[in-house]
Design a binder for this molecule. Structure first.
Ligand SMILES: [Fe+2]
Length: 268
C-alpha cells in the first residue's frame, strides 16, 4: 500500500506547504498575479510527493469523454487542499477586494483540480483550444501552481477578451442561432465528443475568427503560482517540444451578486 510522506495529523497541525500569505512576494500584471516565495522549507517537494500518491481520476482522452479540459484531471482530498485554497482566497480577498479574510461572499465553496499533460497521450476535444472560463455558473478565482519545469515561453496561460456576450460560460456564437458563426460552431463540435490527436494551440487567426483578442500571457514558472479570475476567458499554450506539464489549481467560487438578484426577481 502507498503511504503518504506525512500523516494527516501532522499535515493538518503544521500546515507544512505554504508560508503565511503575509510573507508571499508577488507582482501584478494587469490580469493576473505571479506569486513567489510561497513555500515553507521543503514545502514544494513535499506537496509533489503527496500529490503523486493519488491517482489521475480522468485521462480525458477516450472517444466518449466530453470534458473541455484537454489535460488529464487530478484531484486531492479536501483536507490536503483546504489550507492551500484558503491561502489563495485570503490573497484574493486582500488584493482584489481590499478586505480581510473574514469577509464572506455569497455561497462560497473551495475548488481544486490538477492538470496533467502527457504529449503522446493527449487526445482532446476538437474545440478544447477555444478559451474557456473555469466557473460557468459562478464567479471565482484560481491560484495555478506550476509543478513542472519549462524553458521560458514554451508553455503559458493565455488570457483573452471576448468581443461578444458570455452567458454562463458560453459565448453567443454557441447560443444564438442568429450569430454568423453559430452553424459553423455546432457543425465543428458535433455531439461534443469529437476528439483530435495531440494538443492544439489557438492561433491568432483562429482567435480572431471566433471573436477573441489575446490580452495577456501568464508564465508557467516552476514553483510559482499564477492567480487570476477564472471567469476571464483563457487557455493554455503548449509548445510541441513540451512532453509533460503539471499544475494544480487551488481556488474558490461564489455566486455573483448580479445573478442572485436575477434569480430572486419575482414578477409582482
Ligand atoms: Fe482554466
Amino acid at each position: 500500500m502507498i503511504r503518504l510522506p506525512i500523516s494527516k495529523r501532522v499535515y493538518t497541525e503544521t500546515k507544512p506547504i505554504f508560508k503565511p500569505v503575509s510573507e508571499w512576494s508577488y507582482t501584478y500584471h494587469s490580469k493576473y498575479w505571479v506569486v513567489r516565495d510561497i513555500f515553507k522549507e521543503g514545502g514544494l517537494d513535499l506537496f509533489k510527493e503527496i500529490a503523486k500518491s493519488y491517482p489521475i481520476v480522468d485521462t480525458n482522452n477516450h472517444d466518449e469523454d466530453h470534458d473541455h479540459n484537454p489535460f488529464m484531471v487530478h484531484h486531492l482530498p479536501y483536507w490536503i487542499t483546504e489550507p492551500l485554497c484558503e491561502a489563495v482566497r485570503e490573497f484574493v480577498i486582500r488584493e482584489h477586494f481590499g478586505q480581510g479574510p473574514e469577509m464572506e461572499l455569497i455561497d462560497e465553496r473551495l475548488s481544486e483540480w490538477g492538470n496533467i499533460y502527457y504529449r503522446d497521450e493527449c487526445r482532446p476535444l476538437v474545440n478544447s483550444y477555444i478559451p474557456h472560463v473555469d466557473f460557468p455558473d459562478d464567479e471565482g478565482w484560481i491560484g495555478n501552481l506550476w509543478l513542472s519545469e519549462h524553458e521560458e515561453g514554451k508553455t503559458t496561460t493565455n488570457i483573452y477578451e471576448y468581443k461578444g456576450e458570455i452567458d454562463q460560460g458560453r459565448y453567443d456564437f454557441q447560443l444564438d442561432p442568429r450569430h454568423q458563426r453559430y452553424k459553423e460552431w455546432h457543425e465543428w463540435v458535433g455531439d461534443g465528443r469529437n476528439h483530435t490527436e495531440g494538443f492544439q494551440n489557438l492561433s491568432g487567426q483562429k482567435a480572431f475568427h471566433w471573436g477573441f483578442r489575446q490580452i495577456a500571457k501568464a508564465p508557467c514558472e516552476y514553483g510559482t503560482m499564477t492567480i487570476y479570475n477564472g471567469n476571464i476567458p483563457h487557455c493554455p499554450f503548449v509548445d510541441d517540444s513540451v512532453e509533460y506539464r503539471w499544475s494544480h489549481c487551488f481556488g474558490f467560487k461564489y455566486k455573483s451578486l448580479a445573478k442572485v438578484f436575477k434569480t430572486q426577481e419575482v414578477p409582482v
